[in-house]
Design a protein around this ligand. Structure first.
Ligand code: CAA
Length: 287
């Protein structure tokens, strides 16, 4: 599959990341099949995109016609089977190895020959996912950043068997979506999370040691280093369950103590305080 031949993009997972990818693909002019476990969830993902595109119209960044045209290009569907006509399927499900392996097997069965299978995983080995398919040369990592419509970067990850043609097609597709790419080897956390998650985790250790309040840790990094958000508020945006899942992959796969997750992160996840998406994380969003 080359980039010119890509006309329909499948997105598996209509949550925060999947909906963001579908949003960007539809605005760029692609037909999009947006899949989730149920049609209701896929439709909810599309409804969220409609809302965000509506805000862009209010701000004068998009015309009402372009909003309608982009929305008309998105079709909510159910599961991997709903992506059978796509030219590339981008998996954006929960960061869980067993789940992603199951989904890649299902995508391999459902998608037509030649369809590229990409994962938006933030830390799981692309080679491991490719190995459950019959087309490892067409499996690649396409890691978007959150919020997808705002962030300029896509991190591309080549698995051991990823072909040059698959890599070239995803490189060109990312450019057509208006993104700048970087390329990483298939190694835990790739480039961005290899560096970001230890930063967030260190902020968690500082918090649990009582070094400073969450607000002061965040203000320190925001104003002292000119980051748009402090590490704890960014963790709340990403989702503390996702941060913990990535920290656990780094610790297990790289095998060094420096990557072990701070207990304060683990207990927040155990409590179900997962950040903005549940209304409470290191900060309280319920007011
Ligand atoms: N979807 C679409 N657009 C969004 C959005 C969303 N979810 N959230 C914010 N925006 C848009 C707003 O509409 C606004 O657009 P305009 O400039 O066109 O008006 C713009 O983003 C700025 O938003 P706000 O004015 O509301 O707020 P802000 O200036 O505080 O910016 C932010 C918000 C863009 C999130 C900014 O704080 C930021 O860049 N934070 C850092 C984000 C970051 O680091 N992301 C990477 C996370 S790591 C990751 O994703 C990898 C991983 O695997 C864990």
């Amino acid at each position: 599959m080359n980039a010119e031949a890509i006309q329909q993009i499948g997105v598996l997972g209509a949550g925060q990341m999947g909906a963001g990818i579908a949003h960007v693909a539809a605005v760029a002019g692609y037909k999009v099949a947006l899949a989730d476990v149920s049609l209701e969830r896929a439709e909810a993902g599309k409804a969220g995109i409609a809302k965000r595109l509506g805000r862009a119209v209010e701000k004068g960044k998009l015309s009402a016609e372009d909003r309608e045209a982009a929305l008309a290009r998105i079709t909510p569907v159910v599961g991997p089977a709903g992506l059978s006509t796509c030219d590339i399927a981008i998996e954006a499900a929960t960061e869980n190895i067993d789940l992603k392996r199951k989904l890649f097997k299902a995508l391999d069965e459902a998608c037509k020959p030649g369809c590229i299978l990409a994962s938006n995983t933030s830390s799981i080995s692309i080679t491991l996912l490719a190995a459950v398919t019959g087309r490892p040369e067409e499996v690649v990592g396409m890691h978007f950043m959150n919020p997808v419509p705002v962030m300029k970067l896509v991190e591309l990850i080549r698995g051991l068997a990823t072909s040059d043609a698959t890599y070239a097609a995803t490189l060109e597709l990312a450019a057509k979506l208006g993104k700048t790419t970087i390329t990483s080897k298939d190694s835990p956390g790739f480039i961005v999370n290899r560096i970001l998650i230890p930063l967030i985790n260190e902020a968690c250790f500082a918090l649990q040691e009582g070094l400073a309040t969450a607000a002061d840790i965040d203000t320190g990094i925001k104003l002292g280093l000119n980051h748009p958000m402090g590490p704890l508020e960014l963790a709340d945006l990403i989702g503390l369950d996702t941060c913990l899942a990535i920290a656990d992959v780094l610790h297990r796969e790289l095998g060094e103590d420096k990557y072990r997750a701070a207990n304060v992160l683990r207990v927040h996840v155990a409590a179900g305080w997962l950040g903005r998406k549940t209304g409470r994380g290191f900060y309280d969003y319920r007011k």
